[in-house]
Ligand binder design. Structure first.
Ligand SMILES: *Cc1c(COP(=O)(O)O)cnc(C)c1O
Length: 433
């Protein structure tokens, strides 16, 4: 058996030696840094099973987390949290594939991380018997996936913050659906305001006894399961030269792909496909680039001005290495919309706006990179989550998936706050849910 992977902070070099479940419970390291593995396990990807995503996932996790959690825990994890299909759909032409990550209960790839993190947190609470309060800032899809995964776990309560008027109708319907142990907070501000309120709460002395944790893409428990589908696609295609195009916002998905690569999965290249919120593409061109305030786009789950996982990327890889392995592209709303109708016309494939950002980037990348290997575009959300945009481009109505129609008959639960951390602190201390 391997030595169990231990986790370190991205900041203070002395912050090391955290176990998986400790790191998941804490969310952030005590110095405010983000957790990363201290060493990368080396996994023999080609001997993983290709029979089903679940079998591949179990085999991979058993190796990657050997000594951290038991084989039985891994099996319960995969069967309870990751029990949905992960199809790789070929677009027919030019060796381009779409990896559909949106078949979970909340119809976005956030289900992988959020449901896994919920499982791991439940295991930690069983171990320590200490209740926790989870703060989640969401730009659309994280919140409902986390709320779904965590609701009903004993000892867990959840506060979901989302920016008012900046999520789609369907997303809001999912966010405010009443769930045991969960309160939704509609903030009169931007996603960056929500993220700031969450970060501020961790250093607020009034909240020091509250056992706070986070569940947005900064929790390492979210990133580990996100490695699984990169490995799955690589195994299915049996290629050492896959190019992964990743629709990106907070850069969690990209970071997970890089961790999989550093753990032995061969790749040709990664493309970080951003919308108009283009900090990372600018940074890859010029390391002196700065964060900007977020702008609203049609791919709103990627409207992030200051990506939280950027700190992980720079801690994992030197600038030159990152630049050699990853390209960044910024795609406009007009290109995104046009791509939805173009791809539908040419292949019959219906893409949501986030996936469409990836499809435009894939097209640009093919000529730019002279890529010979397969291109795998990660499809991060179900098109029916964005009917206003998608139906207009494809010229027909989309059927509503059962995961969504079921919400209409459910009660809701939401509180309005100003973008001030003090108001959030008051809510947390009031324990009113
Ligand atoms: C969160 C999200 C993204 C961006 O993922 P990051 O890990 O934050 O880069 C892309 N698409 C959808 C649909 C999302 O919900």
């Amino acid at each position: 058996m391997n030595q169990a992977v231990q986790f370190r902070s991205t900041r203070d070099k002395n912050q090391v030696g955290y176990s998986l479940l400790e790191a998941v419970e804490k969310g952030l390291a005590p110095d405010g840094g983000l957790f990363l593995p201290e060493t990368m396990p080396s996994i023999a990807w080609h001997s993983l099973p290709s029979t089903s995503f679940q079998e591949c996932a179990e085999a991979y996790l058993n190796q990657w987390l050997s000594g951290s959690i038991s084989i039985d825990q891994v099996s319960t994890w995969v069967q309870s949290a990751l029990d949905f299909p992960v199809p790789l759909v070929s677009l027919g032409d030019s060796n381009t594939h779409v990896l559909e990550l949106y078949h979970g209960p909340t119809l976005s790839f956030k289900d992988f991380g959020a449901r896994s993190m919920a499982f791991l947190l439940g295991e930690r609470i069983r171990e320590t018997q200490t209740p926790v309060t989870i703060l989640v800032a969401t730009s659309g899809d994280t919140g409902s996936a986390v709320a779904d995964g965590l609701s009903g776990i004993e000892g867990v309560r959840v506060v979901l913050l989302y920016p008012k008027d900046q999520v789609s109708k369907v997303q809001e319907k999912q966010l405010i659906s009443k769930r045991p142990g969960v309160v939704s907070v509609r903030v009169a501000g931007t996603f960056d305001d929500c993220q700031r309120m969450v970060k501020g709460s961790f250093s607020d002395p009034k909240l020091s006894n509250e056992h706070l944790s986070t569940a947005n893409s900064i929790n390492i428990g979210r990133l580990i399961p996100q490695m699984l589908y990169y490995v799955w696609a690589t195994r299915l295609l049996m290629s050492e030269r896959c190019n992964f195009v990743v629709p990106s916002g907070n850069l969690g998905n990209l970071t997970a792909g890089l961790i999989a690569h550093l753990s032995g999965m061969p790749v040709a290249h990664f493309v970080a496909a951003h919308n108009d919120n283009d900090f990372f593409p600018r940074y890859l061109n010029n390391p002196d680039s700065h964060f900007k305030d977020s702008k609203r786009t049609v791919s709103n789950a990627m409207d992030v001005g200051a990506p939280s996982n950027f700190e992980r990327l720079t801690s994992l890889l030197k600038y030159e290495t990152l630049k050699a392995l990853v390209s960044g592209l910024s795609i406009s709303d007009a290109e995104t919309r046009a791509s939805i109708s173009e791809v539908y016309k040419s292949s019959g494939y219906i893409a949501d706006p986030h996936t469409a950002v990836g499809l435009v980037a894939a097209k640009e990348a093919r000529s730019m990179l002279h890529a010979k290997g397969p291109i795998v575009v990660l499809s991060t959300a179900h098109p029916a989550k964005f009917p206003e945009i998608v139906e207009k481009e494809i010229g027909k109505a989309l059927p509503e998936p059962s995961q969504l129609s079921a919400l209409d008959s459910k009660p809701v639960n939401v509180i309005d706050l100003d973008p001030e951390q003090a108001q959030l602190a008051e809510l947390i201390l009031s324990s009113k849910w």
